[in-house]
Design a protein around this ligand. Structure first.
Ligand code: GUN
Length: 280
């Protein structure tokens, strides 16, 4: 391996850049406020939300969290979103997913004003990404592009293979790589002869959700590997979708888990919050 792609370090650099910009805006009397909505008491969601609050505090973005009971009705949640949409002190709205089963996630996402949708999940923002218009972009794939750029890893003309087709990662990831002039192949659970395709990748993005799934027989020697997975292995240890030990001497560069893509997601959320003041 030539180098490890250090997401922790890059995310810290980005947070410091944002902190400076937020400070300058404050001097002009301009504040940024993010509202996070957390429904229920899923422990993983609670950790994510706490990390988002801490990151906002670090850069000087105001954050307000609504912690709502699991039993809240869909109508009540829609009413809150309507209020937040109309509140001009609120720049960004983030509803932490997953939501309880009795609430239609798509309906909730669609109810958030696209101008405050710092997650980039609203169909209008997804559509804008696919036709090359400016709008909010989903944070995790945006973070992957930022990592590649800051490590001077060229995307243009490269064969980029994405494993996974989720709305949050796989699909927006593919659109972003295409926007950077990569040649993009999307693979998924029904793909036939997956290895034959992933072995063609100059840049391989693993977003599968299976611990240590990708071994070196899926990878061309000298490829760049981005591991978006966050899983627990049999010892309950955090691990990615890539078998790091197995592939590390075979690749040109790789993101570790933890400390790779994960920290970039929050940095990009802060970036989206900073941009949100231009959308008012
Ligand atoms: N749940 C897991 N990841 C995310 C995310 O990026 N945004 C939101 N809103 N919920 C999530």
């Amino acid at each position: 391996m030539e180098f490890i792609i250090d997401g922790k370090k890059i995310s810290q650099e980005i947070k410091d850049e944002i902190k400076e910009k937020v400070g300058k805006l404050k001097e002009q009397g301009r504040e940024i406020t993010l509202v996070v909505v957390l429904v229920g008491s899923d422990p993983a969601s609670q950790v994510y939300v706490r990390n988002k609050q801490k990151a906002c505090e670090y850069v000087g973005i105001n954050s307000k969290t609504y912690e709502l009971p699991e039993t809240i009705s869909q109508d009540e949640l829609l009413e809150l979103i309507g209020e937040l949409n109309n509140d001009n002190r609120v720049n960004g709205i983030l509803v932490q997913l997953p939501l309880p089963k009795h609430i239609d996630e798509d309906l909730i996402i669609k109810a958030i004003s696209p101008l405050k949708d710092v997650d980039g999940f609203h169909p209008e923002n997804v559509g804008k990404l696919s036709i090359g218009q400016p709008g909010f972009v989903s944070c995790t794939p945006a973070g992957v592009i930022e990592l590649l750029k800051r490590y001077n890893i060229e995307i243009e003309g490269k064969h980029c293979v994405v494993i996974g087709r989720s709305n949050i990662v796989g699909k927006p990831m593919s659109m972003l790589l295409l926007r950077e002039n990569g040649t993009v192949t999307i693979c998924h659970s029904r793909t036939k002869d997956l290895k034959a395709i992933t072995k063609q990748a100059d840049i391989l993005i693993a977003s599968i959700g299976k611990p240590a799934f990708v071994t070196k027989d899926y990878i061309k020697e000298g490829a760049v590997v981005i591991d978006v997975g966050i899983n627990r292995d049999e010892n309950n240890k955090l691990c990615g979708d890539v078998d790091y030990e197995n592939v590390k001497d075979h690749v040109r560069a790789i993101t570790p888990v933890p400390g790779g893509v994960g920290p970039m997601t929050i940095a990009m959320l802060l970036q989206n919050c900073l941009e949100s003041i231009n959308y008012k």
